[in-house]
Design a protein around this ligand. Structure first.
Ligand code: ZN
Ligand code: ZN
Length: 290
């Protein structure tokens, strides 16, 4: 979630995201839009539920869903799946409270101009809303084409949020001068152990999946290198594979990072709040939602 200019914007809506968003208790009348980085299930799986819940919680306009081409199919599919539910809610609570017009999702598919290149350096403006500009940055999550990261620029401050990507210098270039880079992280040294375990268990299917996923993700050390090239003040790692469920696993996950970037790295959790002051050159502050 990015909060700027009195509105909030969501980036990606994977399974369980709706519950986490609800726990932040933000008024749904302030929802400025939803941005989808790419159309993998773990980034879109709760679109139907989020649309329903934000509508039930008082969203007073249709939900704009921005994303790469293909987002229309995803939106229309979820809408079809939830249409009966919409009708039940209206019948139960009354059309005055549950306006069918506000339930609507509007897909906004923004393509990238020109041909795809090995360095994937295309960008596109997704939204201009007052002082806020949201730019799509092409990343490399091949064979998912295109996949985006999003840069939010607001009054001279900026935050870049990447979904999934392999180590991508185009992302570093497009993140230059940003205050915060939110970047995925896959602990490949831990995945290697899992590959070994799958081999030992004669589970060829899992072994292959663990091997395949390595070439379209970024390790924590690689993400730190990208943050350094970009010169961002704070690197926030998120979307962990495998999820480190306790502090010691967290340290294992980050092995090697401090040698590359000794400060300005945090691992995200669902209730981390990062404040980027608008005045002066203060660093982003890491706190917690309460
Ligand atoms: Zn993912
Ligand atoms: Zn993905």
């Amino acid at each position: 979630m990015v909060i700027a200019g009195g509105k909030f914007y969501i980036v990606d809506i994977g399974p369980e995201a709706t519950e986490v968003i609800s726990s932040w208790r933000v008024p749904m009348t302030r929802l400025g839009g939803l941005f989808i980085t790419h159309l993998h299930s773990d980034h879109i799986g709760e679109l139907g539920e989020f649309n329903l819940q934000s509508w039930a919680q008082g969203r007073d306009k249709p939900l704009s869903v921005y994303g790469p081409p293909g987002v229309e199919r995803v939106v229309n599919g979820f809408a079809a799946a939830y249409e009966l539910d919409r009708d039940y809610r209206i019948a139960h609570h009354g059309a005055e409270m549950m306006s069918a017009d506000n339930w609507v999702m509007n897909p906004v598919a923004v393509p990238l101009e020109g041909m795809i290149t090995p360095t994937r350096e295309r960008r596109a403006t997704m939204l201009k809303d007052g002082d806020l500009t949201v730019t799509a940055i092409e990343v490399n999550h091949s064979p998912i084409e295109p996949a985006y990261a999003y840069r939010f620029d607001y009054k001279g401050r900026s935050v870049v949020i990447s979904g999934d990507t392999s180590k991508h210098f185009g992302l570093a270039e497009a993140s230059k001068g940003a205050d915060v880079l939110v970047h995925e992280a896959q602990a490949k040294h831990v995945i290697e152990i899992m590959i070994g375990a799958a081999k030992e268990a004669n589970n060829e299917r899992l072994r292959k999946i663990f091997s395949d996923i390595q070439n379209y993700h970024t390790s924590p050390v690689e993400a730190a290198e990208i943050a350094n090239v970009a010169g961002v003040k704070l690197l926030v790692l998120h979307h962990f594979t495998p999820p480190p469920n306790n502090p010691i696993l967290g340290w294992s996950f980050l092995r090697g990072v401090s040698a590359v970037r000794s400060r300005g790295v945090v691992m995200a959790d669902d209730h981390m709040l990062i404040t980027v002051p608008l005045s002066g050159d203060a660093k982003p502050k890491v706190g917690r939602m309460n």
